[in-house]
Design a protein. Structure first.
Length: 213
């Protein structure tokens, strides 16, 4: 009888000790699992942030722009005076010898048309806008948003945040140093060219297309 009592006490002691160890280990295991979930969540957030905010310049597609609310970047010559008025002056492109053209298949009669500080490229029956200045009522609609001479740099930042953050400056002969942002002209990054927008007195001033020689 005494022997069985001793055995019973030993078994009871071992059972209590085992239960105590389980209580001690369980919170540690839960802590490790929780930490793993937290680390995973943080990683997901970081990865998402990298995908969304890659820091590259924003995209502006020519197809989303309407000059003075109506005209696409490339349009028929018969619509020029109707939408912009008679040209202030013209100049043969052959005399200027530009390193890049809007229309690749041009001829010796291709010319520039100038109107209110804006520059248009004319080839046969087509006209393309090379640069556009926001003066004398000129404006654009971009995805339905009106951008004109009253549009501020802060307004543009709401549309193109990355490009404004990456802002540079342009040295000009007539206007001095102007703040400038750069926009990609396609989503895929295939084009070597881009779009520049300059500002004067914190207001939008001009937009033009740039392509390397």
């Amino acid at each position: 009888m005494k022997y069985f009592s001793i055995v019973f006490i030993i078994i009871l002691f071992q059972a209590c000790h085992k239960k105590k160890e389980e209580k001690q280990v369980s919170p540690q295991t839960e802590l490790k699992e929780a930490k793993g979930k937290t680390d995973s969540t943080v990683l997901d957030i970081r990865q998402t942030a990298e995908i969304i905010g890659d820091g590259r310049d924003d995209v502006m597609l020519a197809e989303d722009i309407r000059f003075n609310g109506k005209t696409k970047r490339i349009f028929d010559i018969k619509d020029f005076e109707k939408n912009f008025g008679k040209a202030d002056s013209t100049k043969l492109m052959a005399d200027e010898q530009p390193c890049s053209y809007i229309f690749e298949e041009g001829d010796v009669n291709d010319k520039y048309l100038y109107k209110n500080g804006s520059c248009f490229e004319n080839s046969k029956q087509q006209i393309g806008i090379s640069s556009f200045r926001f003066i004398k009522g000129n404006f654009i609609l971009y995805k339905g948003i009106r951008i004109d001479s009253n549009t501020t740099l802060e307004d543009i930042k709401k549309i193109f945040p990355n490009s404004v953050r990456n802002m540079s400056h342009l040295e000009t002969y007539d206007e001095g140093e102007l703040p400038m942002i750069t926009l990609r002209e396609d989503k895929e990054g295939i084009s070597d060219g881009h779009i520049n927008i300059s500002f004067k007195n914190n207001k939008i001033y001009s937009i033009w297309w740039w392509f390397p020689c």
